[in-house]
Design a binder for this molecule. Sequence first.
Ligand code: COS
Length: 383
Amino acid sequence: MDLTLTEEQQAFRDLARDFLEREAVPHRTQWDRDEQVDLAIIPKMAEIGFFGLTIPEEYGGLGGDYLTYVLGMEELGRADSALRGIVSVSNGLFGKSVLGFGTEEQKQEWLPQVAAGTALGCFGLTEPDTGSDAGNLTSRARRDGDDYVINGQKLFITNGTWAKVALVFARTSDDGPRGVTAFLVPTDTPGFEAREVKGKLGLRGQATAELFLSDVRVPASARLGEEGQGFKIAMTTLDKGRVSVAAGCVGLVQACLESSVSYATSRTQFGRPLASFQLVQELISDMSVDADAARLLVWRCADLIDRGEPFGTAASKAKLFASEAAVRAANNAIQVYGGAGYVDEYPAEKYLRDARVMTLYEGTSQIQKLLIGRAETGVNAFV
Ligand code: COS
């Protein structure tokens, strides 16, 4: 499926695909087994522009439009969802928060490093006891003269052990979501510790961490936005993050489709190619429809963002549909491969393991349904 892309958008997509086919696809199984991508790929990805896709040129980025960004995320999702996560969090959740809410000094300090891939950022919102209910997070930041002192714990933080800087959301007052404030915390600040979460089902190549903040002292100039603005910063950024996850899921569905077609047309059973069996065609046909539908939902979000229109509900729809479609497609890909799909000689089992988290993070499918339901009915069912 192709809507009209500009020459620049097509050129970036082709460049991204070519790079990832060479530098990522041949290694992804080993990275998955090792539970770590080869970090030497980070500067190479930065050279292509992945880490600066939506960062303006004046801060070292490509300054591209949002459609170009989602094309990049789709290609990353098609090649390796672990890589997509690393980029989405550093350029996306971290970079977009700084770009949208930072002072000029904060932008100058962090965005060029993020765009160059010399610094990874992470996004410290989720806590052990507050996942979906982010507005009730319990980490605390206490004002002390010209500083803030932060205490708390964060969980499931992508890039946590690799990041040079963490965007940490902490409570400065007891006023629910309105009492949350955001801080840019260099990860070498005394009292900051990141520990790797091991044993994940999927996304094994990317670092996922638990963060511990014990009397972490930062100057007031490290505060992002105003006191009490943190929850809005998180939600505004997550709206875009959900588009990014959805775009990665489009890539995953596309990868399931392409690999299933390749296997079904080359493997024979009962003297015929697998692809000649009607029920195999049904599995492939479902993937094809899901890929097109998910991509259109994602491109609609990118178009709304590029035109400066509201896109939150469209983002929830894209994230809900694309993440569920990714799980469906990966499950069906294993069915096409049969027993071969259950071992990592083929990519289908990794697709399923990587897809599974997409319906959980950056807002579960249930949260997306409640956001869509609230937008449709005007009734808040969160309370
Ligand atoms: N953009 C901008 N502002 C937003 C917003 C958005 N998308 N969503 C909410 N806000 C604002 C509201 O306007 C409100 O502002 P006021 O105080 O000025 O009225 C404030 O934030 C509180 O909003 P709300 O009452 O909707 O907050 P809730 O606590 O009810 O939020 C949900 C509920 C479930 C929507 C929210 O907690 C959420 O999205 N949870 C999922 C978190 C998540 O995705 N976690 C994954 C982390 S990254 S892996």
